[in-house]
Write a protein that binds this ligand. Structure first.
Ligand code: 5RP
Length: 156
């Protein structure tokens, strides 16, 4: 079954979102785009995507605004959301390997469509704790569990 991915963009993230959406659809992912026809503010993108990742309805999310920061801040308010703000292909890859991020955010004022797609590819195609010479998979997995413990303490 295809992985379910939720995406959304405010007006400043719209153009690169369209390029990433094309990549996701052509790669066979099941994509829901919450953007719609009218403009949507960055905090509503972060809210709607964060909520539906947190509920478990979607496995991954990719969100866009001018800088990637506003959508990132709001999405990360939800338990179970690990949103990485990335400005390079390397960080998009490392946010999966090291942090097990399930949401990627990026900015339309900082990235062109080609780079946005390369970052999305790195995010979608990289596994957690795989192939990182600086730390063992055991350490990365234990660290992620500690992050989840902190989260449980805060939310419960
Ligand atoms: O980068 C952003 C948030 O981090 C927004 O895209 C930027 O602030 C523009 O939003 P608005 O047009 O609603 O002011």
């Amino acid at each position: 079954m295809a992985m379910k991915v939720i995406i959304g963009a405010d007006p400043l993230g719209f153009a690169i979102k369209e390029d990433v959406k094309k990549y996701l659809l052509s790669s066979g992912y099941e994509v829901e785009d919450i953007t719609g026809d009218g403009p949507i503010d960055y905090y509503n993108v972060g809210y709607n995507v964060g909520k539906r990742i947190s509920s478990g309805e979607f496995e991954r999310g990719i969100i866009f605004c001018g800088t990637g920061m506003g959508v990132n801040i709001v999405a990360n308010k939800f338990p179970g959301v690990y949103c990485g703000l990335c400005e390079s292909v390397l960080t998009a890859k490392l946010c999966r390997i090291i942090n097990n991020c399930n949401v990627l955010s990026m900015g339309g004022t900082l990235n062109g469509g080609f780079k946005a797609v390369e970052m999305a590819k790195a995010f979608m195609e990289t596994g957690f704790s795989e192939g990182f010479s600086e730390a063992s998979p055991e350490f990365l997995q234990k660290s992620f569990c500690c992050v989840q413990d902190i989260e449980s303490e805060i939310f419960n």
